[in-house]
Design a protein around this ligand. Structure first.
Ligand SMILES: Nc1ncnc2c1ncn2[C@@H]1O[C@H](COP(=O)(O)OP(=O)(O)OP(=O)(O)O)[C@@H](O)[C@H]1O
Ligand SMILES: [Mg+2]
Length: 351
């Protein structure tokens, strides 16, 4: 986007442009994403000047129709919502839960205990976003921020094959960023703007969003520092999703409480910060060999539960699982034990 060059803004000369791009701010969109406080910090300019520049940037983006005005009529909001894309989950059950698939311009948070299928769901969505619009995808790429080292290209290959897609092409359209600590995780997202544009990214995955923050900030004394940093990260994610019209999908662990069902005291690790920012929150729960997904919190979806399953093909409808099993009854014992793990009893319960 050439017309979004930083130096096209009044008051931004070559020195400021360089300072900004050193900080990963490459165009006018990035200015809006990062906001005046950060702009002042990285360039050393005073806050008022930074605010002026960000306001001008906002003005320009509004004029070009790239972002919404501050005051808009409900009709305009309704129109803008028509631009929202949806990515099919490739299953009837989860598509029913999401009313068609996961949305762009929104953050979808999937939380649940270990082994409930969060990472499998993320892998599946990396393939689904690449499908054509007719097939329920967005014909776009995926950016996978992997904080746990659990991204597996082999899983992508097998899910792609199960969907009759060319695995090599599918792998090419997934950009993986391995985050090693929470500051690195934030930095990756801060610098993601140009990657998103260049690769036509339509889905940003953060698996998991909270894990590194949780590991680094231990104990009660550090709780508010952690929430503050996490807050910054999650808001950045939401802003990027809105500005670039991408879907954001973040996973979150829960403190397991194995013997109670829904309405149980398990809650997502991120606490309120994540809860208040996510547009959609889905709870995954093990139920024997199947999985249950519940829409917990949504501005307009009804609360409901659906049953899905995990397989070589990623997340699937439970009846497909039945079909596959019929074909392979002779060797079904090999996969039998995989699902029966209990949540890790050593999982720390400290928040
Ligand atoms: N190839 C496969 N075929 C069938 N099921 C699989 C396959 N790969 C993984 N699974 C299932 O996925 C489960 C693991 O799910 P996943 O890694 O998505 O959990 P998670 O929710 O991300 O857990 P964590 O919180 O530890 O990251 C396994 O227990 C298994 O049931
Ligand atoms: Mg996982």
């Amino acid at each position: 986007m050439e017309d979004l060059r930083l130096d096209s803004l009044e008051g931004v000369g070559p020195v400021t442009t360089r300072k900004l791009s050193d900080a990963g701010i490459h165009n006018i969109m990035d200015l809006i994403v990062r906001g005046p406080v950060e702009i002042a910090e990285v360039t050393g300019m005073d806050k008022e000047t930074a605010e002026k520049i960000v306001n001008k940037a906002r003005q320009q983006l509004i004029e070009e129709g790239l972002i919404a005005k501050d005051f808009v009529s409900a009709t305009e909001i309704y129109k803008r919502r028509q631009d929202i894309g949806r990515i099919t989950t490739g299953t009837n059950c989860l598509d029913t839960l999401f009313e068609g698939g996961i949305e762009t311009q929104a953050l979808t948070e999937v939380y649940g205990e270990f082994g409930c299928g969060k990472t499998q769901f993320c892998h599946t969505m990396c393939i689904m976003v690449q499908k054509s619009k007719e097939e329920g995808g967005l014909n776009g790429g995926a950016l996978y921020i992997d904080t746990e080292g659990t991204f597996r290209p082999e899983r992508i290959v097998s899910i792609a094959k199960a969907n009759d897609m060319d695995p090599e092409k599918v792998l090419e359209n997934i950009i993986v960023a391995r985050a090693y600590n929470s500051a690195h995780q934030t930095l990756i997202l801060e610098e993601a703007g140009s990657v998103i544009e260049e690769n036509n990214i339509k889905l940003i995955i953060v698996d998991s969003a909270v894990g590194l923050f949780r590991a680094e900030y231990l104990g009660r004394g550090t709780l508010s520092a952690r929430q503050q940093k996490l807050n910054h990260f999650v808001h950045l994610l939401v802003r990027i999703a809105e500005i670039y019209n991408c879907a954001a999908l973040a996973t979150n662990q829960v403190m397991a409480s194995p013997d109670v069902f829904f309405g149980d005291p398990t809650r997502p690790v991120g606490g309120n910060v994540v809860a208040h920012t996510s547009t959609y929150r889905i709870y995954f729960k093990k139920s024997g060999k199947k999985r249950i997904a519940r829409m917990v919190d949504s501005p307009h979806h009804p609360e409901m539960d659906v049953v899905f399953a995990l397989s070589e093909a990623g997340v699937i409808d439970p009846e497909e699982d039945g079909k596959k099993k019929k074909k392979t009854t002779a060797k079904k014992t090999t996969t039998e034990s995989v699902d029966s793990e209990n949540p890790d009893p050593t999982e720390p319960n400290s928040e």
